[in-house]
Unconditional design. Structure first.
Length: 132
């Protein structure tokens, strides 16, 4: 998984190997470490190899939703917007709830759109506390 990091020299994507096998706290720690190294210009060559999926988050810039662009040779990119408190209807009642927008762009030459939809569905289930 690639993680897009904004630096003074521009955008850089650093790679987190084996993200699918790591606990979430380890992923969080490694992403923070790699982002800090990226901002210092201290990434290693193995940190910059292509990823299958890149995650980009503009929430810290107060952006709620955006359309990411797949960078070759990668085949997908997931945009994550700012989490905002929104009024939602649940079980017939209105209540406040945190809402975040995800937007997945895929290169259909490499990924079937049905698999992309299933991926987003799994993210939704995870965020709602369901099984994945």
């Amino acid at each position: 998984v690639g993680v897009a990091v904004h630096t003074d020299e521009g955008l850089v994507v650093t790679v987190l190997d084996d993200a699918g096998t790591l606990p979430i706290d380890t992923i969080s720690t490694r992403i923070r470490e790699k982002a800090e190294r990226a901002r210092r210009g201290a990434l290693k060559p193995e940190d910059l190899k292509p990823a299958s999926l890149t995650v980009t988050n503009l929430g810290m810039f107060d952006v709620t939703r955006f359309v990411p662009v797949v960078n070759h040779p990668e085949c997908s990119i997931l945009a994550v917007g700012k989490v905002v408190e929104t009024v939602v209807v649940a079980d017939g009642w209105m209540k406040g709830a945190p809402v975040v927008a995800f937007n997945l762009a895929v290169d259909h030459r490499a990924i079937d759109g049905g698999y992309a939809a299933q991926f987003l569905s799994r993210i939704k289930a995870i965020l709602e506390g369901g099984e994945y």
